[in-house]
Write a protein that binds this ligand. Structure first.
Ligand SMILES: Nc1ncnc2c1ncn2[C@@H]1O[C@H](COP(=O)(O)OP(=O)(O)OP(=O)(O)O)[C@@H](O)[C@H]1O
Ligand SMILES: O=P(O)(O)OC[C@H]1O[C@H](OP(=O)(O)OP(=O)(O)O)[C@H](O)[C@@H]1O
Ligand SMILES: [Mg+2]
Length: 281
């Protein structure tokens, strides 16, 4: 039975379970449940703290898990990225009181608060910055105001938490993070892992693409197909009027309106867009 670690709390938890549900797996109803068997899919889910998931997968006691890239790198364990999952997208950045810092060299000799101390220490060493790391569990943005640090390194998404604390980012991002499926390198793929990965890829594609149908004059189909090339090749079907064809293709959801406008300009008509419920690519 495939043993899968799923975040039990925090930013990753709901989105991870939603994705597994969409992929056809059973998920817990009660947020206090720690373990759950999905007998139809032969998978056992373990609900754990996102920070600990890399530790279990790295130790080989669980086959795979869902966690953030920043947490994986901070854990310093033998686990690797199998599939990026497209949620919990954030950057890991330095920040300080507004107007105080503009470049990393100003961090020399300073106290830096973070929840990701291993990741930060490695970055400081790589960039030859000698600073003191203050490890905190969370709410790191308050540490400067409260006098335990001079600057911070933390997760930034919208930046609103930083702004509320009177802080701003400086320097390049230390890293970009998102939720990942992680596994152990160098071991034979456990039974059920290929199916899990294919299903999660199916969810990602269903979320990112729509299906576009339109009718177009036969002599314009090469030009329209260049706008809607699909993943492999668009489907072209005959219409009763032999001068026209029907085209069906997958297009990236974010480009839907631009592509519809361009197709209409070209002469396509009856342009219809439908969402993809599920797929295997
Ligand atoms: N506001 C956010 N937007 C996007 N991703 C985030 C955000 N906050 C955290 N993350 C990401 O979520 C993952 C886990 O962080 P999270 O803060 O949920 O864990 P935690 O700090 O252990 O939980 P909690 O904050 O509830 O104690 C990390 O990979 C992090 O990059
Ligand atoms: O840029 P923003 O959109 O404001 O998001 C970033 C904030 O979200 C996370 O905090 P979380 O709620 O997990 O609290 P924590 O710091 O206690 O972990 C993260 O640690 C930042 O504080
Ligand atoms: Mg947090």
């Amino acid at each position: 039975m495939l043993r899968v670690a799923v975040p039990n709390k925090g930013s990753l938890s709901e989105a991870a379970s939603a994705m597994l549900t969409e992929a056809g797996y059973l998920q817990r109803r009660d947020p206090r449940e720690l373990v759950m068997v999905d007998p139809d899919n032969d998978v056992e889910f373990f609900f754990l703290r996102p920070r600990d998931i890399a530790v279990y997968v790295g130790a080989g006691t669980l086959d795979v898990g869902i966690t953030g890239r920043d947490l994986l790198l901070d854990a310093e364990v033998e686990a690797e990225e199998l599939l990026p999952l497209g949620f919990a997208i954030s950057t890991f950045r330095f920040a300080g009181p507004a107007g105080q810092y503009s470049q990393l060299s100003q961090l020399a000799g300073k106290r830096l608060a973070t929840s990701y101390d291993a990741l930060l220490r490695r970055y400081l060493a790589d960039n030859k910055i000698a600073a003191t790391v203050v490890r905190l569990d969370g709410a790191v943005e308050s540490s400067v105001r409260l006098g335990v640090a001079d600057a911070i390194a933390d997760v930034v998404e919208t930046g609103s938490t930083l702004k509320a604390a009177g802080m701003e980012v400086f320097g390049n991002p230390i890293m970009k993070s998102e939720a990942l499926l992680i596994g152990r390198p160098g071991v034979a793929a456990p039974a059920g892992l290929d199916v899990l990965i294919r299903r999660l890829q199916g969810v990602l594609v269903a979320r990112r693409y729509v299906l576009m149908d339109y009718d177009i004059r036969k002599d314009l189909v090469e030009t329209s197909a260049a706008l809607t090339p699909g993943l492999e090749s668009p489907t072209i079907s005959p219409l009763r009027d032999s001068d026209w064809v029907a085209v069906r293709s997958m297009v990236p959801k974010k480009d839907t309106n631009r592509i519809m406008d361009e197709l209409y300009e070209l002469g396509a008509r009856a342009i219809l867009v439908s969402s993809i419920h599920a797929c295997r690519i």
